[in-house]
Design a protein around this ligand. Structure first.
Ligand SMILES: [Zn+2]
Length: 165
């Protein structure tokens, strides 16, 4: 069975919101209904896992994943509320994990993320990552094909410093 067969035979799509807030995590009784975490959405397309943004919700999502993660992480942009969960996303420290980052709002998504992991923002946390990481840049408007048979359409969003939908 090829990867395409897997997609063809399982075209289910499910979404789970692990964080839906902007700017700042907001715990407390006032945010119990939808939770207080910043953006992180788990998107399952058949057998494939896509993660849309990695705000503070990524910590709980990583803890809930069964087995080694194999995921495409699509980042709308790298404002802190959309990436602050990455240093706390358990699979980043799992040598069996395969995590592919996609970014289109800057020239090099790797460089943008690295700045959020290095001192003085973080204590060079990237040196502790053990997952197999890869970084894919694209131009907003470009169609992405994370897996055969799975297409992600992208669009430039109006947002300070650019963002991609
Ligand atoms: Zn923003």
């Amino acid at each position: 069975m090829t990867e395409r067969d897997l997609v063809t035979n399982d075209d289910s799509m499910t979404l789970r919101f692990w964080g839906a807030r902007g700017s700042l995590p907001t715990p407390g009784p006032g945010t119990l209904r939808y939770g207080g975490n910043t953006l992180c959405v788990e998107l399952r397309c058949g057998p494939h896992l896509l993660i849309l943004d990695a705000g503070s919700g990524a910590r709980e999502m990583g803890a809930a994943l069964a087995g080694p993660a194999d995921a495409d992480i699509l980042l709308s942009h790298t404002h802190f509320d959309h990436v602050c969960g990455l240093p706390f996303f358990g699979p980043m420290y799992d040598p069996r994990a395969r995590l592919r980052f996609w970014g289109g709002h800057v020239d090099r998504i790797h460089d943008a993320l690295l700045r959020s992991w290095e001192a003085p923002v973080m204590p060079d946390i990237h040196k502790a990552f053990r997952a197999v990481l890869s970084f894919q840049d694209f131009i907003p408007g470009q169609d992405l094909t994370p897996h055969p048979g799975l297409t992600v359409r992208t669009i430039l969003l109006r947002h300070p410093g650019n963002a991609v939908g």
